[in-house]
Design a protein around this ligand. Structure first.
Ligand code: MLT
Length: 419
């Protein structure tokens, strides 16, 4: 290839899609060629060895382990260890890891003062991202980009340990109740649930069915390769910003209704269908209306051209959890009817409109007693290990600062004329 007066050797574009993408990326780097890809829809912005996603065949794996196996056999903290350190922990490693996390669940009392400054109508996601970012002030050594691995590891433990405390406190701020302090005799999810729901002077026993269901939901949300929030964490971290600031930025990216807010939109849609008599056929027909199509929330995914594998697991979990808790939620019936009808309708099948992870997760959260504006906060707790793993990998790879290029479309030369 001759370009700009220079000759370039064309890459051999053979092999897997990944290898081809890497070759093409090398060519772009040599020639300075830029391709327009608004929103990074198809650009491989990084190589990564964390999460494998095959959207054609509906496969999702963390570090080579199938999501189905992890969701059934592991705990959330085992999966967090796997994502962050690359392997499933041995018993001894797991005990050390969980004991370190338990040691750091408390937060500085001054952070409570920051919390008290938030009005009680604050959205818990804004409170969460602010409190996470405030850790840069309480642990200023996190601002030093030359910190060694041990120091970085301590920040990672602090994040995992404190996020349930911040999340529960963001909820307490919203409802105007006093906060609860962590109970380190409990496991990760039980401690979070107790901080969320225990009231002063009242006994609160965590339901093990609820804690287990929450643990599984967190596993299913733990990573999903590059997307809006994850690439935000990587790009902010690429400037050598602190891990706390990078994760806080990821939380803000997740907050948007198109990303983490989708399961809330599903619940609102299902409630609206229920209020309108529960006629799912009417809404499927409306979704096909060429002139004014009704948007079926929780259907389709930018990456999955097949079923979202997380949706299958969540659907089963919704059945199990609601049955175990003795809850008969009419919107679960509406959701299943919508799914069944859509999967048997060529219109939806041809357009790959299958239910995604968000379709059933809100129904379970609701059954667990989690209020709607906490759904995205739960997503953030689940995604935290993935963000951390991605931040750590970016740092270990010594990746350069992210610097997207643009294709200018404005005026070329304009004559300056004084007023
Ligand atoms: C996720 O789990 O992050 C969502 O499915 C969004 C995505 O990956 O695009």
């Amino acid at each position: 290839l001759s370009y700009g007066g220079k000759d370039f050797e064309l890459p051999i574009v053979e092999g897997t899609e990944n290898e081809k993408a890497i070759d093409i990326a090398k060519l772009r780097a040599q020639t300075g060629l830029i391709t327009l890809d608004p929103g990074y829809k198809n650009t491989g912005s990084t190589t990564s060895s964390i999460t494998y996603l095959d959207g054609e065949n509906g496969i999702l794996k963390y570090r080579g382990y199938k999501i189905e196996d992890l969701a059934e056999k592991s705990s959330f903290l085992e999966v967090a260890y796997l994502l962050i350190y690359g392997d499933l922990p041995t018993q001894a490693q797991y005990e050390k890891f969980t004991s370190k996390i338990t040691t750091h669940t408390l937060v500085h009392e001054d952070i409570k003062k920051i919390l008290d400054g938030f009005p009680s109508n604050s959205h818990p996601m804004g409170v969460l991202s602010s409190l996470i970012c405030s850790l840069t002030a309480f642990y200023p050594e996190s601002l030093d980009p030359t910190r060694n691995e041990e120091a970085v590891n301590l920040s990672i433990i602090r994040l995992l340990a404190k996020i349930p405390t911040f999340a529960a406190w963001a909820f307490k701020n919203k409802v105007g109740h006093p906060v609860n302090y962590p109970d380190n005799s409990l496991d990760y999810c039980s401690n979070f649930l107790k901080m969320m729901f225990a009231l002063p002077a009242e006994r609160y026993d965590v339901d093990p069915v609820v804690a287990k269901a929450l643990d599984q939901l967190l596993i299913l949300h733990a990573d999903h390769e590059q997307n809006c929030s994850t690439s935000t964490v990587r790009i902010v971290g690429s400037s050598q910003a602190s891990i706390y600031a990078s994760i806080s930025a990821g939380i803000n990216a997740l907050w948007g209704p198109l990303h983490g807010g989708a399961n809330q939109a599903v619940i609102e849609m299902l409630e609206a269908i229920k209020a309108d008599g529960g006629d799912t056929k009417k809404y499927l027909d409306k979704a096909k209306d060429k002139n004014d199509p009704f948007r079926l929330m929780g259907f389709g995914h930018r990456v999955y051209k097949n079923f979202d594998p997380r949706a299958k697991i969540i659907k089963k979990a919704a059945d199990d959890v609601l049955a175990k808790l003795g809850i008969n939620d009419p919107i679960l019936t509406i959701a299943k009817e919508l799914e069944h009808a859509a999967l048997n309708d060529p219109y939806f099948v041809e357009r790959n409109l299958y239910p995604n992870v968000d379709f059933y997760s809100g129904i379970i959260y609701r059954a667990l007693g989690i209020p709607t504006d906490m759904f995205t906060v739960l997503f953030a707790i689940g995604r935290l290990p993935g963000w951390i793993a991605q931040w750590k990998e970016m740092r270990q790879n010594g990746e350069p600062i992210g610097r997207p290029r643009q294709i200018y479309t404005g005026e070329t030369d304009r004559e300056y004329v004084s007023m």
